[in-house]
Design a protein around this ligand. Sequence first.
Ligand SMILES: [Zn+2]
Length: 68
Amino acid sequence: MYKCLNCGNTEKFLGYAEEKGSVLIYKNDFDPSSEPYTWVYMVSEKNWDSNLTVNKCFVCNSKNIIKI
Ligand SMILES: [Zn+2]
């Protein structure tokens, strides 16, 4: 969990997520205005790798965030 030292928010933050792993790619027939292909992650994959970085507080934009 994270906490903003400026306003005390523990609920919502802005950050950066990065995920690496096997995906299943399929043709996107549901929304023709978006990408022609979409994908789902194969989350059961053993060599799954994900990375999450919290940058700032969603409420007050403070970067004074601690991990609790
Ligand atoms: Zn805050």
